[in-house]
Ligand binder design. Sequence first.
Ligand SMILES: NC(=O)c1ccc[n+]([C@@H]2O[C@H](COP(=O)([O-])OP(=O)(O)OC[C@H]3O[C@@H](n4cnc5c(N)ncnc54)[C@H](O)[C@@H]3O)[C@@H](O)[C@H]2O)c1
Length: 247
Amino acid sequence: MTAPTPSPFDLTGRLIAITGAAGGIGSATARLCAAQGARLVLADRLSIEEIRDRVGAEVAGRAAIHSVDTGCRQAVTAFAAEVGPVYGLIDTAAIAPVDDWMAEDWDEALDAVIRANVKGPINLARAFLPGMVAAGEGRLVLCGSVAGWMGGIRSGPHYAFSKGGLHAFVRWLSRQGAPHGVLVNGIAPGPVETGMTAGKGYDPQAYPLRRMARPEEIAATAVFLCGAGAGYASGAIFDINGGTHFH
Ligand SMILES: NC(=O)c1ccc[n+]([C@@H]2O[C@H](COP(=O)([O-])OP(=O)(O)OC[C@H]3O[C@@H](n4cnc5c(N)ncnc54)[C@H](O)[C@@H]3O)[C@@H](O)[C@H]2O)c1
């Protein structure tokens, strides 16, 4: 009898940290990683209770949960020290304010977006990459956006700027990780039904599939990127955008 071929998506026993875990895509990713057998560390800037509520009691009950602002380097360093080395990190934390970039006080919004969407991934990579390098294996999955390619469907300039930068950062970081067996990849979703897009005037009928994505349809790629099946993906940005943009 030959041994059964392991599933390319299997995460049994793997320790995966998910940031932005209280969000639409982050919470769906937590549930899907758990279904593939992963052990989870969940973090968000919201409270532990809110993270637990949004992920759901069953999965959250088996996870370590932390309230962390990923834009703060000190907080992320302390978080990583407490958690210890992880096999995978999936970062879905970000903000996308809708505002007027010509307004006098807009620089505050710009700073907030840079803090969450740019410093966040950089802080997390600085904190968690060394443990992966020491282990000789690891996966980093960062969330870009269709906005990073074409400016966005409803998003502002700060968000588009941050996500274009994120795509470049994935490529830069992949070169740091690859020689050590650490694979760094990104996902660039199109419009997804989450709190980030709610009430912002997205028109599902305007998209090729006549609907927005469900968070689970983005989470599935994040899970894939942590599994054995993605073992040769490095520095790639996976477009999961329902055909809203080609490049
Ligand atoms: N929803 C979409 O249409 C869409 C499209 C393209 C890309 N994305 C990207 O996908 C990712 C997930 O988005 P979502 O739609 O699930 O959004 P969401 O608003 O539902 O979730 C984002 C989560 O990140 C958390 N967060 C924000 N700033 C944080 C910080 N500094 N520290 C810790 N946590 C923080 C929020 O509290 C929230 O729980 C983001 O990177 C987003 O930019 C979303």
